[in-house]
Design a protein. Structure first.
Length: 195
């Protein structure tokens, strides 16, 4: 992959200015950030733009997704000013949707487990994690399932487990999760969007 003349001149100019300013003891952090923004703007000019809809709530705000035509990776996601509902505005979840893409180097990709009392993390499989969660739920339900309340009424519930819904769950996932936890007998059910 080669470098274009424009990119060479931009980088050379930035490096020359940076060397000159660093010898004077100036902080180069803002200059580096500005240079990265210039590169991003140049990539966005040639990117393929497509529309999408935010999945996080029933409003359905419009999104503009810019994809690099060479790598097919998403470069930027922003509100769609042409969308009839949101007119380019996004809430915090919609504005942060870019962080859920492969561009986020800190995105969760593996299970890390730290045993009680340990100071070391271990890499585990998703199958192991799901099995451990299932064992702990079963153990708690077996120990704390309430069939009848103090009045003798049948309640069939578990008060020792609570569920807090995620802000990164769309409506359909939220419904499925709520149906599942109600089937387990949970009554302490809340959602982060309400908090």
């Amino acid at each position: 992959m080669g470098i274009t003349r424009r990119e060479f001149l931009t980088v050379s100019g930035a490096m020359g200015a940076g060397l000159a300013l660093s010898s004077l003891g100036m902080d180069l952090g803002p200059i580096r950030a500005y240079a990265q923004e210039i590169r991003k703007v140049d990539k966005l000019k040639t990117a393929k733009e497509s529309t999408s809809i935010c999945c996080y709530c029933s409003v359905g705000c419009g999104l503009l997704c810019s994809t690099d035509t060479k790598t097919n990776k998403i470069l930027n996601i922003e509100g769609d000013p042409e969308h009839p509902i949101s007119e380019g505005a996004l809430c915090a979840k919609g504005a942060g949707i870019f962080q859920t893409t492969a561009a986020n180097e800190h995105r969760l990709t593996k299970v890390l487990y730290r045993a009680p009392g340990s100071d070391k993390w271990q890499v585990k499989s998703w199958d192991w994690a799901i099995g451990e969660i299932a064992k702990k739920i079963k153990k708690t339900r077996d120990a704390h399932f309430i069939v009848k309340n103090s009045k003798g009424q049948v309640v069939n519930r578990v008060e020792a487990i609570a569920h807090m819904g995620s802000s990164n769950v769309d409506n359909e996932e939220c419904w499925a999760i709520t149906a599942m936890v109600r089937a387990l007998g949970l009554i302490h059910i809340d959602h982060q969007a309400r908090v």
